[in-house]
Write a protein that binds this ligand. Structure first.
Ligand SMILES: [Fe+2]
Length: 497
C-alpha cells in the first residue's frame, strides 16, 4: 500500500521530445521532500531514458512536475518516482508523433462531477492500448457545494460527497477538491495510462465564470474575482501535469498542440476572458467577445497559418446553434432541461457560443475561408451530439461551415437524471423532436454518460461515441452507441454506425 504517493502519478502536455511527469507526496508539515524520477523505454526500467530529482515543497502543496527532454517522438515511455524510501506505481505515457504521422487516436472527455457518479469512463479509457492521449475539454473538477444553490443540479446519493462539502473558494478548498479527485482509483488508472491535454470550463473556477465574475460569486462576500481566479489557476497548475504555454502567465491555457503534421489542435478557453453573459438584445452587441482580444488574435492568426492536414478546435462550450423560437413545448422542455436555451425559454442560452453571435460569425467566416479540414470538438452540455455547423441552420441549402462533435459528460447529469425517468425511455421522443427542429443536428442522445474516441487519418476524422448505462455504480460495461465521420475537404457528416 502506497502511503506517500496516495494521489497517484500522471503525465501530460506531451511534445515530440518531452512530456510532463507529475506526482504529489503526502507528508505532514512544512518540510521539503526530494523526489527522484526516472523515465524508461521499458516497464522494467532497464533502458533508462532520463532521470532527475525535484523538490516537493509546501508552497506548491507538495506536488511536483518534471519535464524530461530528449525523448523520441511517437514512443511509449514508463516512469516512476521515489521519495522517503518509497517507490510510486509505474506510469505509462507517450510522446507526440513526428511529422508525417498517418494516424492518431485519442479520447475526448469532459464534465467529471465527483458526487454525480463513478468515473467508469476513465477506467475504460485507461484500458485501451492504442490511444495517444486523452483530450480533456474542461470541468475536470467541479467547484460546487455538495448541496448546491438552486439552478445547479445536486449530486446523486451514491456515497461520494464532495470534499470539502461546501463550494470551493479558498486555495485550500480547491487543493482539497483536486486531492479528492486524484485519490479516485479510476482517475488514477487514467492518469497512469495516458498523457492528458486539457483546457478549462467554468467549474474549474465557479459556475458561469466570465472575465469579471461568476453566477454565484459575490465580491462583497467572496472577495475579488481576480484573486479567486488566481487561486483556481494555482491549484490547477499544481495538481495537473501541465506545462504552462507561457511561463510568465499562469492563467494562460490557450495553445496549439501540433500532432505529427496530421492535426493541429487548438485548445481554447471560452470562460475567463469572455464578456459577461447577457440576454438579448445586449447579446447581439457586435463588440462582445467569448475569447477576449488577445486569445482571439492568437487563434485567428495561428488557425490561418496552420498547414497541418486537419485543424481541430478543442472547444469547451458548444458552438452550434441550439436555439429556435418556434419549437413545440415538448422540444422546449428538453432544451430547457439540458440548458441548451435560456432558463426562461425565451432566447438562446447565453452561456454557450449562441450567446456571442457576432464573434461566432467571425469564427464561421474564418472556417468558411479555410473550408474543408476543420473539426470542432466540444464538451460542457452533458449530452452526445454530432452537428453540421451552419451559420443559418434552418437554411438547408447552405453548405456547413464545419462539423462539431460533442461528447457527453463523464458523470454530470443529463436528461434522464434530471427528469428522474428511466434510461432510454422518455428521452427518445425528445431527441427525435430536437432533431426535427434542428435538422443540422445529425445525432442526439440525451441520457448516457461516457466519452468519445477521435480517430484521425489523412482522409477522414472518425468519432466513436462510447456509452455506459449507468454511472451510479462502478461498472466496466460500455457499448459503442454511434460512429460518425467527416471526409477531408467536405464538411458533411457521414453515419458509420
Ligand atoms: Fe460540465
Amino acid at each position: 500500500m502506497n502511503t506517500i504517493f496516495s494521489h497517484g502519478i500522471a503525465s501530460g502536455d506531451p511534445l515530440m521530445d518531452r512530456v510532463i511527469l507529475w506526482t504529489r507526496v503526502s507528508v505532514s508539515g512544512e518540510n521539503d521532500v526530494e523526489v527522484k524520477w526516472e523515465v524508461a523505454k521499458d516497464r522494467d526500467f532497464s533502458k533508462i531514458a532520463g532521470s532527475g530529482s525535484v523538490t516537493a515543497s509546501r508552497e506548491h502543496d507538495h506536488t511536483v512536475h518534471a519535464d524530461p527532454s530528449g525523448l523520441e517522438a511517437g514512443t511509449v515511455y514508463y516512469y516512476r518516482f521515489r521519495a522517503e524510501g518509497e517507490t510510486s506505481a509505474t506510469g505509462r505515457t507517450k510522446t507526440l508523433p513526428k511529422s508525417g504521422s498517418k494516424h492518431i487516436r485519442f479520447a475526448q472527455v469532459s464534465c467529471a462531477k465527483y458526487n454525480a457518479g463513478f468515473f467508469n469512463a476513465y477506467k475504460r479509457i485507461s484500458e485501451q492500448p492504442d490511444l495517444d492521449f486523452i483530450l480533456h475539454l474542461g470541468d475536470y473538477i467541479y467547484e460546487a457545494a455538495n448541496t448546491p444553490p438552486a439552478g445547479q443540479t445536486p449530486g446523486a446519493d451514491i456515497g461520494r460527497p464532495f470534499d470539502p462539502i461546501h463550494e470551493c473558494k479558498t486555495l485550500e478548498d480547491y487543493r482539497t477538491r483536486y486531492a479528492q479527485y486524484h485519490a479516485d482509483p479510476d482517475i488514477q488508472a487514467m492518469h497512469a495510462a495516458l498523457p492528458i491535454i486539457s483546457t478549462v470550463d467554468d467549474h474549474e473556477f465557479a459556475d458561469g465564470a466570465w472575465r469579471g465574475g461568476g453566477d454565484v460569486h459575490d465580491e462583497n462576500r467572496d472577495g475579488a474575482w481576480s484573486d479567486r481566479l488566481a487561486r483556481c489557476f494555482q491549484a490547477r497548475n499544481e495538481w495537473l501535469p501541465i506545462r504552462l504555454p507561457d511561463p510568465q502567465d499562469p492563467q494562460r491555457v490557450y495553445r496549439k498542440v501540433e500532432v505529427g503534421g496530421l492535426a493541429d489542435i487548438f485548445m481554447i478557453n471560452t470562460r475567463t476572458y469572455r464578456d459577461r453573459p447577457v440576454l438579448p438584445p445586449e447579446m447581439y452587441d457586435k463588440s462582445r467577445t467569448a475569447l477576449g482580444q488577445k486569445q482571439k488574435d492568437w487563434l485567428f492568426t495561428e488557425f490561418e497559418k496552420s498547414n497541418s492536414r486537419w485543424r481541430v478546435l478543442g472547444n469547451p462550450s458548444v458552438m452550434s446553434t441550439t436555439w429556435r423560437a418556434d419549437v413545440s413545448d415538448e422540444v422546449k422542455l428538453a432544451l430547457l432541461k439540458t440548458k441548451l436555451i435560456a432558463a426562461d425559454g425565451l432566447g438562446p442560452d447565453y452561456d454557450q457560443w449562441d450567446g456571442y453571435p457576432a464573434e461566432r460569425k467571425q469564427v464561421f467566416d474564418l472556417f468558411r475561408k479555410l473550408k474543408g479540414n476543420i473539426v470542432v470538438l466540444s464538451g460542457d452540455i452533458h449530452v452526445s451530439m454530432a452537428i453540421e455547423m451552419h451559420e443559418h441552420p434552418f437554411d438547408i441549402a447552405e453548405e456547413p461551415v464545419s462539423v462539431e462533435f460533442i461528447n457527453t459528460s463523464l458523470t454530470s447529469q443529463n436528461l434522464d437524471d434530471k427528469m428522474k425517468w428511466g434510461y432510454r425511455t422518455e428521452s427518445l421522443k425528445y431527441e427525435h423532436g430536437i432533431q426535427e427542429a434542428f435538422p443540422h443536428i445529425k445525432y442526439c442522445e440525451l441520457d448516457s454518460h461516457g466519452y468519445n474516441i477521435v480517430d484521425i487519418d489523412p482522409e477522414r476524422v472518425r468519432v466513436e461515441y462510447w456509452h455506459f448505462e449507468t454511472v451510479l455504480k462502478r461498472t466496466d460495461h460500455e457499448f459503442l452507441a454511434s460512429v460518425w465521420q467527416v471526409k477531408h475537404g467536405n464538411p458533411a457528416l457521414i453515419k458509420i454506425k
